[in-house]
Design a protein around this ligand. Structure first.
Ligand code: FES
Length: 425
């Protein structure tokens, strides 16, 4: 980094003031900012002061700007010394800022430095004729055209020692010079013959037109294929429906579980140790249970959605509602226990639809074991069911006798395999 100091006192002017035009311009710039934010105008004012003072900032100009903006002098000095765009010492009529960053270095910036040193002298010194001074700076953003320099406000790129020497000669002599690349390049296109994008049609618009046409054709083809596929599917669906209508159905219509053979009923399949099957049956029979569950809030379903319910236990309405709801007398009360046998109760929560609350209620009634439930009669089941309070209806609906009989054999729902098969502590 360059050292940023004010110029020697000997060359500092005793005072500085904006010209009337610049003064008016400065007031206009300051007025852009809200009251109390005038300091925001410090950079434009310093820049205008530099332009007015032969492109360098004397101490008096910095003080003048500080005064105009009601800023402490040190704050304005900090700005002026921080940004290398502000020259703190006199510069030549042509001020050369030479990029010394890596891309320019790799492309020969050091040779350009040598030209500067030999023709102008050390950095930050004005040549004897007053025409030139130079300074090495960081990347000026024209790396594609390295090496390069900025002279006053213009870029000169693709420099060689020869072209740079000639440029300095022309500037000193007042001859017109070419800005930008000093090579045959127009801007930053590839040097020499263009090696890419040589197809002329890329530039005349026809390629874009051809691409659009191809895109439209592909889009039309895709639409056509989609329509054809949809038509074929509709035809296939129609044929399948016609075939299904002609095929005779066994037993009663689908959805009526009573019409299935006894061997295919869910209960029979579970009793045989087969996996739950007959999806049509399960779906049909489960509809009632599903709709019931769906209508309940999640919190209310804690006792009805636990575990993996075997499809064979899906409730199937076997009796009329009136018959099922008919009260059962206490003579059908099942045998109840005062305590679990051997001090251990079965995990009644393994019965689908039984949660902690319901299991606790059953234990309170004297029901602790799967075998106990499996031995119930239908009327025992209904007696228990009608005494389940808020859970009334669960025992019959979920076929507890059937479930308990299976669980009593040691069978467990899939999610419970690995659990102890019988009693819980
Ligand atoms: S490195 Fe020189 S312009 Fe970027």
């Amino acid at each position: 980094m360059s050292v940023r100091r004010l110029a020697a006192d000997a060359i500092q002017p005793p005072s500085f003031a904006f010209t009337p035009d610049n003064q008016a311009w400065a007031r206009m710039v300051i007025a852009r900012y809200p009251e109390g934010r005038q300091a925001s105008a410090v950079i434009p004012l310093l820049w205008r002061a530099q332009e007015q003072h032969d492109y360098w900032l004397p101490k008096a100009a910095i003080e003048h700007v500080a005064q105009m903006l009601a800023m402490p002098y040190i704050r304005v000095l900090e700005v002026a010394t921080f940004y290398t765009m502000f020259n703190l010492e006199p510069v030549g009529r042509f001020f050369v800022q030479l990029c010394g960053t890596t891309p320019c270095r790799l492309r020969g910036a050091e040779d350009i430095v040598k030209v500067c040193e030999s023709r102008i002298g050390p950095q930050r010194h004005v040549s004897a004729d007053g025409n030139f001074s130079w300074l090495e700076v960081e990347c000026l953003g024209s790396c594609c055209n390295a090496p390069m320099v900025q002279i006053n406000n213009d870029y000169y790129e693709d420099l060689t020692p020869e072209s740079f020497n000639k440029l300095l000669d022309d500037l000193a002599a007042g001859r017109p010079v070419k800005k930008g690349p000093q090579s045959a390049r127009h801007t930053s296109e590839p040097e020499g013959a263009v090696k890419t994008l040589q197809d002329p049609s890329l530039y005349d618009g026809s390629v874009v037109g051809a691409w659009k046409k191809r895109f439209a054709e592909e889009e039309a083809k895709a639409k056509e294929a989609s329509a054809k596929a949809a038509a074929e599917k509709a035809a296939a669906d129609k044929a399948a429906a016609a075939q299904a209508a002609e095929t005779p159905k066994p037993g009663k219509p689908a959805g009526d579980t009573a019409g299935l053979k006894a061997a295919d009923t869910p209960a029979a399949r579970v009793a045989e140790g087969k996996p739950p099957t007959a999806p049509a049956v399960a779906a049909a029979a489960g509809d009632a249970s599903k709709s019931e569950s769906a209508s309940k809030p999640a919190s209310k379903q804690a006792d009805s959605v636990r575990g993996d319910r075997p499809s064979s236990y899906v409730a199937t309405p076997g009796k009329s509602a009136a018959e099922a709801a008919a009260p059962v007398s206490d003579e059908h009360k099942p045998a109840l226990l005062s305590a679990p046998e051997a001090g251990k109760a079965d995990d009644l929560e393994l019965i689908w639809g039984v949660g902690p609350k319901l299991a606790q209620m059953l234990n309170g009634m004297g029901i602790y074991h799967f075998a106990q439930i499996a031995a119930w009669t239908e009327l025992n089941l209904r007696w228990v069911d009608q005494n389940l309070g808020a859970f009334r209806g669960r025992a019959v609906r979920d076929k507890w006798i059937e479930q308990a009989a299976k669980l009593a054999t040691g069978w467990r729902p899939e999610s419970k395999i690995g659990d102890k098969p019988t009693a819980k502590d």
